[in-house]
Write a protein that binds this ligand. Structure first.
Ligand code: AGP
Length: 612
């Protein structure tokens, strides 16, 4: 969602800010803007993409060594120039950029209007900047103090950066419930919603905590304090990311690059955590919580979207091999339905971005009810990683494509490690079986590589079905969540309606949809209840549905029934999701490209959904 970039230092700010905005484009947005200070505080904003902002400022003065910039994903007010950020205060001495939502903005706005304030936009953000100015002027306090007082009056979520023409050598930033990272350069500071705009300048970062205010000055001086006025010692961390992880590296799209990165990202997810020869599985981040997990009355997995699908695979894994009862909940439902939950439960929150608002709210609720809360996140230092009692990072590397690919397989890898570790501790698997799965898991990256090299089969199928209006994805057992994930990938990037279903449930409704125009994707590896899936395929075939089947290499039965087959290597049943997902990601990708869709930034979608 919205993206923040800011700079203060000796260099020209504009190129740094614009490059930063481009880096944040993947988060999703509908307008962009920039404020620069060079004697005068100037704001430039446009509707649409960052390149439109660049065009707009071509003949304008963009000099200045301090500035703030923003990409906005509309929440309050339609996406237009007035509502785009930065927002000036009434006197035009202050400019602000803001991510999040000020929930009591209407009350604050009425009070400010009564005091003579005029508003140009419909946004909550313009209310905040005017509140700060009002306090600064009427309470005769420094800007820093005015920001602090104002933040004590607002209810809601924010990460903000403020630039003032009266303080040309200072930026003020603050956060609550919306991420903000400070990059500490040699003689400059960078601020951003995530580390992507920062990593090429410095690897030293401070993740601002909730209700903290940072005051950054030109002479490399910075301090952090809370909105209750308590000084904090900044904790400087080193970024793990490399610049080349943020570039397309010769691929046409980030999504394609990320699909092809999976042999590496899966390896990184189990690096240092799995030793198949010695029979060791360990997840350092949650080692202190192993007993809690073992004796948990229930494990409740909360997540959204693709991460929720990974959670479903986790449920099958944990129940089957560790014999622990698991429930998987949409975080958005869990947070509002007063769930029965207590201190004997362990909640596992799964999130790529670590910023999903609903997942964060579910964590808060679980904590309130006394449950232990663990996190599985990809983004280091993210809000969810910090809100949980402990957790493990997936180490998939930055995922830029809005459609999650490598993060999903990394989440599934991590859940597999967790299930194996708990099974080992509980003794629910015979040693030989345990060792067998470990060995097979270690082989998965090689097998993913094989699945990726399909000799153009998936592309050919994509060409055949690019104009389909609907798709049905069917799978059973471990492959039911894979069917859901395949359908989600297709709909989010190609805008084709697709549904995932447990294959046997088809006859309770969706079978009515089947005719010669309905492509049905079956995930049909030769494992588990294969015969039953074969019967389901037969049911579709006899109604003239067009069958695309993901099968194990060498399968002859399904080959003789399906219109198209896509082969994946043989593996353990419980590891099939890691392989079967690959061709489904590729199918969605190729169909979207053929339909001319914006694969990396699909319409209406944001990479991290920081509003509910
Ligand atoms: C996946 O392709 C999506 N774009 C989306 O469903 C995503 O998985 C969901 O918003 C959850 O995000 P998170 O993993 O960052 O919490």
């Amino acid at each position: 969602m919205c993206g923040i970039v800011a700079y203060i230092g000796p260099k020209e700010a504009y190129p740094i800010l614009v490059k930063g905005l481009h880096r944040l484009e993947y988060r999703g947005y509908d307008s962009a803007g920039i404020a620069l200070l060079n004697n005068k505080l100037v704001v430039h904003k446009t509707k649409g993409k960052v390149c439109e902002l660049e065009n707009y400022v071509k003949d304008k003065n963009t000099t200045g060594t301090i500035g703030i910039a923003h990409t906005r994903w509309a929440t309050h007010g339609e996406p237009n120039v007035q509502n785009a950020h930065p927002h000036y205060s009434q006197t035009k001495k202050l400019a602000i950029i803001h991510n999040g939502i000020i929930e009591n903005y209407n009350t604050l706005k009425s009070e400010l209007i009564n005091r003579g304030c005029h508003f140009e936009s419909e946004t909550d953000t313009e209310v905040l900047v005017n509140l700060i100015e009002d306090i600064q002027v009427n309470e005769h306090v420094e800007l820093e103090e005015a920001v602090r007082i104002a933040l004590n009056q607002v209810i809601g979520a924010y990460s903000i950066v403020i630039l003032s023409s009266e303080y040309p050598d200072m930026l003020i930033a603050a956060r609550k419930g919306s991420p903000l990272v400070i990059g500490i350069g040699k003689d400059d500071f960078f601020l951003a919603s995530d580390a992507t705009p920062i990593v090429e300048y410095t690897k030293n970062v401070v993740y601002l905590d909730d209700e903290e205010i940072a005051i950054l000055k030109r002479n490399s001086v910075f301090k952090i304090k809370t909105i209750k006025n308590k000084e904090k010692t900044p904790y400087v961390q080193e970024l793990e990311w490399n610049l080349n992880e943020l570039e397309k590296g010769g691929y046409e799209h980030f999504m394609l690059k990320e699909i092809y990165e999976q042999p590496r990202s899966i390896t990184d997810s189990f690096r240092g955590r799995l030793n198949a020869i010695k029979g060791i599985v360990s997840l350092g981040g949650i080692i202190d919580y192993e007993q809690k997990l073992l004796y948990a009355e229930r494990i409740i997995i909360v997540a959204c979207g693709t991460s929720w699908h990974a959670g479903l695979v986790g449920e099958y894994l944990l129940e089957e091999i560790a014999r622990i009862s698991v429930e998987v909940e949409y975080a958005s439902e869990f947070r509002y339905r007063d769930p029965v939950i207590n201190e004997k439960d362990v909640v596992i929150a799964i999130s790529q971005s670590g910023e999903t608002a609903d997942t964060l709210a579910a964590i808060d609720l679980a904590k309130e009810k006394g449950a232990t809360v663990l996190g599985i996140c990809n983004v280091v230092g993210s809000s969810i990683a910090r809100a949980t009692d402990a957790g493990s990072y997936t180490h998939a590397g930055p995922e830029i494509g809005v459609a999650s690919t490598k993060a999903f397989t990394a989440q599934v890898t991590l859940l597999t490690l967790l299930a194996l570790r708990l099974a080992q501790l509980k003794g629910t698997l015979p040693k030989s079986r345990f060792m067998q799965i470990l060995h097979e898991l270690e082989m998965i990256p090689k097998k993913v590589e094989i699945a990726l090299n399909d000799n153009g089969v998936v592309e050919k199928i994509a060409r055949e079905f690019q104009n389909a209006r609907n798709f049905l994805y069917l799978g059973r057992g471990f492959n039911f969540p894979v069917a859901l994930e395949g359908a989600l990938k297709l709909k989010e990037i190609s805008y084709i309606h697709a549904e995932g279903y447990p294959a046997a449930e088809m006859k309770h409704g969706p079978i009515a949809l089947i005719d010669k125009d309905m492509p049905v994707v079956f995930i049909a590896p030769n494992k588990g209840i294969y015969d039953k899936v074969v019967s389901n395929i037969q049911e579709v075939k006899s109604r003239n549905g067009r069958i695309i089947a993901i099968v194990t290499q060498g399968d002859e039965t399904v080959k003789n029934m399906a219109d198209y087959i896509i082969e994946i290597p043989e593996t353990e049943e419980l590891l099939v999701p890691l392989l079967a997902t690959i061709p489904l990601q590729k199918l969605a990708y190729h169909i979207a490209v053929l339909r001319g869709c914006n694969v990396d930034q699909p319409r209406n979608l944001a990479k991290s959904v920081t509003v509910e």
